[in-house]
Design a protein around this ligand. Structure first.
Ligand code: NDP
Length: 499
């Protein structure tokens, strides 16, 4: 192998890399040892701000292959013909823990995808659950605080978590999924992914369809039971990372079957549930899954920081043929995700190779921190101009979006018709879970709620118990028994409107 000279970042060859410049063998150091400064200074700057949520993650590149013709729903070039392949990057993550936290924590998992498409990058920023804890983005910061550390103890606080969940019954569906064994997946390969939000498809005839995305694991669902997840925390904090990395390195490429649910635009108005409510699913019986393709991960990033840590996904990044919806959480994320990236990585974060669209990018954005792509060279930095012939293309215009002309107000997210927090989780517990799954879920809830402490302990427990009972009496009774609580006493304490 040819020898290479060791250099500073500016290219100056080092004469010495292990001993600092000192006055005499045992004397003080000289300020002019620039190489020493550079090594220490760069080291001090190695960490970038950790993501406030989804800090601990793993990622890989791969391909999405179309297996079914869905061009009657969308003109997105990604889906233009069966067999078409698109390069993707997928970052998995836990949500609440810090960057050094354990992969096997009970937590939802992030499932964030970037499709490198000729019409721009499409980011589908989902989770391993089809629903979420809240349905209005104004509540996000408060909710996440309860999943983080207590401001006084600096410890995680079951009291904060259950206080919040019990005061926000719309969280029940997601909390039930979190408390089932799907809250502790064996690893990233063995879980489903969901786009979660409702998005839109637009076809060549300018017709709009509402759409939900599902990624069904080809490896089969595999979860840790609570005790196994706890044990894995001490055995290997990075179990999911290791599992994903090893499987791809060994040529065992994980796959997901990609499916959609489609709702014609006008059906949304009269559908029995609000189809834009992120705490609800669309039952499969009403909107069956339609196959669209296969996702395969087949390439580990060469360098974790470069590709996984610096990757940045935003649901705002859509492509022609795919659009947004009135889902309030989605609307909030359209703003907050790019904003988070501009803070964490800088205004030019989309120039970082993993985030960069490998196809055309033409605009008049210039300058800013870490502008490293030539900055547009001599070309004009304003629009309109007489030189570069860069124009908007009206063929990319979305069809008009009919919105009702209600009065602007702070509408109650849980008003009449929006307040059934119990039917869907009830159906999950009663109709979908087998006896073992029910038993494990109850046991996981009891374990988690047993950690509630402090002066409001009984109030919080009672309030949450009411929700479990309203979800399903067997579930409520199981949790109450597990917590050693007298059910009759609780029921007699219920406020009138909850009876
Ligand atoms: P189905 O019987 O058609 O589907 C049940 C779904 O539940 C399957 O997708 C299954 O995933 C999933 N599932 C099984 N166990 C769990 C769990 N512990 N946590 C989360 N998901 C789980 O029923 P419906 O469509 O009528 O929905 C019934 C309930 O199932 C819903 O209220 C919701 O709680 C849950 N569900 C529904 C989904 C939907 O989009 N309709 C998606 C996911 C969950 P798999 O097939 O991979 O085993």
């Amino acid at each position: 192998m040819t020898k290479k000279k060791l250099t500073t970042a500016s290219g100056r060859p080092f004469a010495e890399n292990e001993n600092s410049l000192s006055v005499g063998a045992r004397g003080p150091l000289l300020l002019q040892d620039y190489i020493l400064h550079e090594k220490m200074a760069h080291f001090n700057r190695e960490r970038i701000p950790e993501r406030v949520v989804h800090a601990k993650g793993s990622g890989a590149f791969g391909t999405f292959t179309v297996t079914n013709d869905i061009t009657k729903y969308t003109k997105a070039k990604l889906f233009s013909e069966i067999g078409k392949q698109t390069r993707v990057f997928l970052r998995f993550s836990t949500v609440g823990g810090e960057k050094g936290s354990a992969d096997s924590e009970r937590d939802p998992r992030g499932f964030a995808l970037k499709f490198y498409n000729e019409d721009g990058n499409w980011d589908l920023v989902g989770n391993n659950t089809p629903v979420f804890f809240i349905k209005d983005p104004k509540k996000f910061g408060d909710f996440i605080h309860t999943q983080k550390r207590d401001p006084y103890t600096n410890c995680k606080s079951p009291a904060m978590m259950w206080d919040y969940w019990s005061l926000n019954p719309e969280s029940l569906h997601q909390v039930l999924i979190l408390m089932s064994d799907r809250g502790t997946p064996f690893g990233y390969r063995h879980m489903n992914g969901y786009g979660s939000h409702t998005f839109s498809f637009i076809n060549d005839n300018h017709e709009r369809f509402w759409v939900k995305f599902h990624f069904k694991t080809g490896q089969g669902i595999k979860n840790f039971v609570d005790a196994e997840a706890a044990a894995m925390k001490s055995q290997n904090m990075d179990h999911s990372q290791q599992d994903l990395l090893d499987s791809i390195d060994n040529g065992d490429f994980p796959k997901w079957n990609v499916k959609v649910q489609i709702m014609p635009e006008t059906e949304a108005v009269n559908y029995k549930i609000n189809p834009f409510d992120l705490t609800k699913v669309w039952p499969h019986a009403d909107y069956p899954l339609i196959d669209i393709g296969v996702l395969e991960l087949n390439e580990n990033p060469e360098n974790y920081f470069q590709d996984v840590e610096q990757s940045a996904f935003a649901p705002a990044h859509i492509v022609d043929g795919i659009g947004y919806s009135p889902d309030k959480m989605l609307q909030g994320r359209l703003l907050s995700y790019p904003d988070a990236h501009r803070y964490r990585l800088g205004g030019n974060y989309e120039q970082i190779p993993v985030n960069k669209c490998p196809f055309m990018i033409n605009n008049h954005q210039r300058d800013g921190k870490m502008r490293v792509d030539g900055n547009g060279g001599k070309s004009p930095n304003y629009f309109p101009n007489s030189f570069d012939h860069i124009q908007a293309d009206t063929s990319y215009k979305e069809p008009n979006w009919p919105l009702d002309c209600s009065l602007a107000d702070w509408y109650d997210r849980n008003s009449d018709g929006e307040d059934d927090h119990y039917s869907q989780p009830g159906s999950l517990f009663r109709d979908v879970m087998d006896d073992q799954a029910k038993q494990n879920t109850i046991s996981n809830i009891v374990g988690a709620m047993s950690g509630i402490n402090g002066p409001q302990k009984q109030e919080i427990i009672n309030r949450q118990l009411c929700h479990w009972f309203r979800c399903d009496p067997q579930l409520g009774a199981g949790v109450a028994t597990g917590l050693g609580i007298d059910v009759d006493q609780i029921m007699s304490g219920l406020p009138k409107h909850q009876e």
